[in-house]
Design a protein around this ligand. Structure first.
Ligand code: CP
Length: 309
């Protein structure tokens, strides 16, 4: 048995045309939600989260409920039979008997791809280790489109943990396929963007980029500043984490040198990397970014279940 249905493991699984269609559907859902309220009646989503989550899991569940469907699942591996030694592949195969679509998160890179081999329903990657987070990217793209008015000709600064920040890897991969992008990678030397992203995306799409460890020296030129937390759970060494965790703290003092129409994004959760005083600045978009994520997940569920409204 092999999964022949469409899944989303990596943002590369969708063409830019398909991503733009999802954005159009999400915009339609925002403008007329009642049209979609029964679109998934009788359908069931399973959320299988082997790693902690607040936004991704709950936004998937809210998305399915707002489409008139229902939700089952677990929020931690310890409350599933994984605890007894069951493999992820077996778990996914079994849940395939109870659900029409699965959203899963797992600490191992590539786990959703391996798990999907033994099921016949669509699988969505809700984050696999330090690798990818494609549904975060879908929400990020809608945020950029709605808040800047465009998905082209943007100078985007990515700041923080660029090594383990899976949301960055997926977003760079998606944005790099739009026209006129210019990237600025801001990180300590220990947390630079991985070579496989440089070779596979930046060089492949011929995207101009620079790397720096000083946010102050580049903030003036940015249209988007995408902040990330240092990913504590991916560090092998607590001392390294403690040394790097507060390397960047975005505050109003730093923002005085930024454009008036800059947008500040963050996949959340935030730790210390954005001072709370920034939340009331009109350029802060990281909470509305969560709302956009739900609308894109609604559009994604419709697409993978082949439901046309
Ligand atoms: N952005 C994001 O993935 O948040 P959660 O870890 O809370 O799902």
């Amino acid at each position: 048995m092999e999964n022949k249905v469409r899944c989303l493991f990596d943002i590369d699984d969708f063409s830019i045309e398909e991503i733009n269609e999802l954005i159009s559907t999400a915009e339609d859902i925002i403008s007329q939600p009642q049209k979609y309220q029964n679109a998934c009646a009788g359908k069931r989503l399973a959320t299988l989260f082997f790693e902690p989550s607040t936004r991704t899991r709950l936004s998937f569940e809210a998305a399915m409920i707002d489409l008139g469907g229902s939700v089952i699942g677990f929020s931690e591996a310890s409350s599933s039979s994984t605890q007894k030694g069951e493999s992820v592949t077996d778990t996914i195969r079994v849940v395939g008997s109870f659900a029409d679509i699965i959203a899963m998160r797992h600490p191992k890179e590539g786990a959703p791809v391996a798990a999907a081999r033994k099921t016949i329903i669509p699988i969505i990657n809700g984050g696999d280790g330090g690798h990818n987070h494609p549904t975060q990217t879908l929400g990020d793209l809608l945020t950029i489109k709605k808040e800047t008015g465009r998905l082209e000709n943007l100078t985007v600064g990515f700041c923080g943990d660029l090594t383990f920040g899976r949301t960055i890897h997926s977003l760079v991969n998606a944005l790099g396929r739009y026209k006129g992008m210019n990237f600025v990678f801001i990180s300590p030397a220990e947390l630079k963007i991985p070579d496989y992203i440089k070779e596979g995306v930046l060089q492949n799409y011929n995207i101009p980029y620079m790397e720096t460890n000083r946010i102050e020296s580049v903030i003036t030129n940015l249209d988007i500043l995408y902040m990330t937390r240092v990913q504590k759970e991916r560090f092998f060494n607590e001392a390294d984490y403690m040394r790097l965790r507060d390397y960047y703290i975005l505050d109003l003092e730093k923002l005085q040198f930024a454009k008036k129409d800059l947008i500040i994004m963050h996949p959340l959760p935030r730790v210390n990397e954005i001072a709370v005083e920034v939340d009331d600045d009109p350029r802060a978009k990281y909470f509305i970014q969560v709302d956009y994520g739900k609308y894109m997940r609604m559009a994604l569920i419709l697409k993978l279940l082949n439901i046309e409204v």
